[in-house]
Design a protein around this ligand. Structure first.
Ligand SMILES: Cc1cc2nc3c(=O)[nH]c(=O)nc-3n(C[C@H](O)[C@H](O)[C@H](O)COP(=O)(O)OP(=O)(O)OC[C@H]3O[C@@H](n4cnc5c(N)ncnc54)[C@H](O)[C@@H]3O)c2cc1C
Length: 406
């Protein structure tokens, strides 16, 4: 198969890496990078971190300059325009009035922030945090000293809370579960991380449900909880997860089930069509199952792998990984490797009520995941052990030997 044109739908991290990997491999055909947002590809992690900090804005979160994309990489940029459909028989992608032919395509449309439907959505001061524009709106509210309520105690919501507290602003995190992050790190570790918030003066209301977000004259004024608590608010950030951006694939024949369904090669089953990044629900053979992860490192790696497989299917290689993400809270760094869903854990370094710990999670007899607080020296060692599928007992013994050798 000669790949005359590679179309990449989604001009963010995974999409950019797809274009770069194709050119890096010597691909000389046309590349079109289609992005719904008007911006050049930019990094999202700073949106809930540096961008929200007080003081001067970081110069740019752009991942590549316009000239690098259009001249060095010779990519046709189609920005500010969403793809609305893909015809996998005729091999075309529709963007506005245009129908663009492809020989190979990488779907990298990521995910959109989940919203709370209803009138609150239209109130000024109520935001999600997914895009450059969202982050700048949240930053403007923080600059105006907003009393902040964060709905959802996940990692992004927590980072917003950190940013507000670092500015000395009052902030409450409203979390429906008994502790934030229980699905990612389990209830005990969720509680241990919540302690960090509380130590910095962030209020965390657990087991709390939002009854209403109310406004006055079109601007948010308060968040009412089902237990009768009323939280005055000038800024409400809704951080209740994401939905993979797959609506545009409806009826296309590309399989969708919590993301774009693909095999270990990131192939969708439609000829020449691959998926990568937050939108990809792929078979991670290391764990013997399908998963969709929303982490920077896997989006970057999958983008590259999907493009290489798409331009030269004869040499396609599977993609598997031990998922990894980090999150920055106040002066602390949290890192997690592996997959959630744990059957017990052991603290192998530090203590849960201190500023440093390393926790290993059991997955049956195997090491399934590791979580560290300020454990930058440790985390990648455990990622390697998970990658080798070592037993939980072996990993704990390794940790003890490390501790003893100090
Ligand atoms: C605020 C924030 C903080 C984060 N912090 C961290 C962190 O600290 N550590 C970490 O590991 N990860 C973090 N992440 C996650 C990481 O940024 C994502 O995993 C990564 O951005 C995924 O890249 P992607 O290219 O797959 O998707 P996305 O970055 O979501 O990009 C998809 C792009 O496709 C576009 N698109 C959607 N539909 C269409 C369409 N129909 N046509 C054309 N374009 C379309 C979207 O507009 C978007 O620009 C964070 C994410 C956010 C939002």
């Amino acid at each position: 198969m000669t790949v005359e044109r590679l179309i990449v739908v989604g001009a963010s991290l995974a999409g950019l890496r797809a274009a770069e990997a194709a050119r890096g491999a010597g691909y000389g055909g046309a590349i079109a990078l289609i992005g719904e947002e008007p911006h050049l590809p930019y990094g999202r992690p700073p949106l809930s971190k540096r961008i929200l900090e007080a003081g001067p804005l970081p110069e740019s979160t752009r991942l590549r300059a316009y000239e690098t994309l259009t001249e060095d990489l010779n990519v046709e940029l189609v920005l500010g325009a969403a793809a609305t459909g893909i015809d996998t028989n005729r091999k075309t992608v529709t963007v506005g009035e245009r129908s663009i032919d492809y020989s190979a395509a990488v779907i990298a449309t990521g995910a959109a922030a989940r919203r709370i439907p209803g009138p609150a959505e239209t109130l000024s001061g109520v935001h999600v945090l997914r895009t450059h524009d969202d982050a700048h709106a949240v930053r403007a509210a923080l600059d105006a000293n907003a009393r902040t309520v964060v709905i959802g105690g996940g990692f992004i919501g927590s980072e917003v809370a950190c940013a507000a507290r670092k500015r000395g602003l009052p902030v409450t995190v409203v979390e429906a579960r008994t502790a934030p992050l229980t699905r990612s790190v389990g209830p005990d570790l969720g509680a241990a991380l919540t302690r960090i918030h509380r130590a910095h003066g962030t209020q965390v209301s657990c087991g709390a449900e939002v009854a209403a977000i109310e406004g006055e004259r079109g601007t948010v004024a308060r968040v009412c909880l089902t237990d009768g608590t009323v939280l005055g608010a000038d800024l409400v950030v809704v951080g209740i997860g994401t939905v993979p951006a797959t609506d545009w694939l409806a009826g296309s024949g590309v399989g969708v089930d919590d993301g774009v369904v693909c095999d270990e090669f990131l192939a969708t089953g439609a000829e020449g069509v691959y998926a990568a990044g937050d939108v990809a629900n792929w078979h991670n053979s290391l764990f013997g199952r399908r998963m969709r992860v929303e982490h920077w490192s896997s989006a970057a790696e999958q983008g590259a792998r999907a493009a290489l497989n798409a331009i030269d299917p004869a040499t396609a290689q599977p993609y598997s990984t031990v998922p990894y993400f980090w999150s920055d809270w106040y002066e602390h760094r949290i890192q997690f490797v592996g997959v959630p869903g744990h059957q017990g854990y052991e603290v192998v370094s530090g203590a849960l009520d201190s500023d440093h710990f390393v926790v290993l999670y059991r997955d049956g007899d195997l090491l399934g995941a590791a979580l560290t607080l300020n454990g930058q020296r440790h985390i990648m060692k455990y990622r390697n052990l998970i990658n080798r599928r070592v037993s939980f007992d072996e990993a704990c013994a390794y940790a003890r030997a490390r501790a003893a050798s100090k």
